[in-house]
Write a protein that binds this ligand. Structure first.
Ligand code: ZN
Length: 243
């Protein structure tokens, strides 16, 4: 049996399958990996522009970087890989998507149970009083946008120096403990603490399957079956077989 059929068979047999996704799944939508070549962090120094202390010292400066992030995530559409994961949820196979992406493309691609490990750009909050806002209600004509209390408003994405949102953290780690299959897509899972999720799943006896064009450290240490293809190609094929 080839890897695609083995992959699909394990998915069909699973009781609680969870997908863990990262930058690679959105590259095909036109969002370069922030950490890769041509990524956000080659243009902006991550500490100077991406750290919570920098935001508190000079929110207008950090908002320059955030405007670029906004333009990236708001100017693209979900691709076949996002859609296939949405379809696999509708078929009752994938129970949850844990993503390190902040682009909301999983929800737009049809997934409803999405844990956003690093937050999202759809909603914002005041850094002083924590009041919540929707992105579309915030004018970005003058930066930073300000709350009525005078505090700077920021997107609900985590900056360097901040913890993973508590609810996302506990939902993701609970899922890693309880799943019997973890499908890793478009991430080398090398950034802590998300990198621990496949290790926990494996330790608890779950099958760890991986879709990444290039082998990662995870492939060598943890992955049971690796498909070395772009996410859209691999997931479309799997969806066809499963159906
Ligand atoms: Zn406020």
């Amino acid at each position: 049996m080839d890897n695609y059929h083995r992959f699909s068979e394990l998915l069909l047999k699973s009781r609680y399958a969870v997908a863990l996704t990262g930058a690679g799944i959105s590259v095909e939508s036109g969002i370069p990996d922030f950490r890769g070549q041509n990524g956000l962090w080659t243009k902006y120094d991550p500490v100077e522009y991406g750290h919570i202390d920098s935001f508190r010292a000079n929110p207008a400066k950090v908002w320059k970087m955030l405007m670029d992030v906004g333009a990236l995530v708001e100017g693209v559409n979900p691709n076949e890989a996002h859609m296939a994961l949405g379809d696999l949820e509708k078929l009752g196979i994938i129970k949850m998507v844990i993503t390190q992406n902040i682009d909301s493309l999983h929800q737009r691609g049809g997934s409803s149970n999405v844990v956003e490990f690093h937050g999202n750009f759809r909603s914002m909050h005041c850094d002083y009083c924590q009041k919540s806002f929707l992105r579309e209600d915030i004018s970005l004509v003058s930066l930073p946008p300000l709350c009525s209390c005078g505090g700077p408003i920021r997107p609900d994405v985590i900056l360097f120096g901040e913890a993973i949102p508590a609810e996302a953290y506990s939902r993701a780690f609970d899922a890693a403990e309880k799943c019997d299959l973890m499908l890793v897509v478009g991430t080398s899972a090398s950034v802590m603490p998300a990198s621990r999720l496949p290790l926990i799943a494996k330790k608890r006896g779950a099958h760890v399957l991986e879709i990444n064009p290039v082998a990662s450290e995870l492939t060598m240490s943890t992955t049971e079956i690796h498909i070395a293809e772009p996410a859209s190609v691999a997931l479309s094929n799997i969806l066809k077989i499963v159906k």
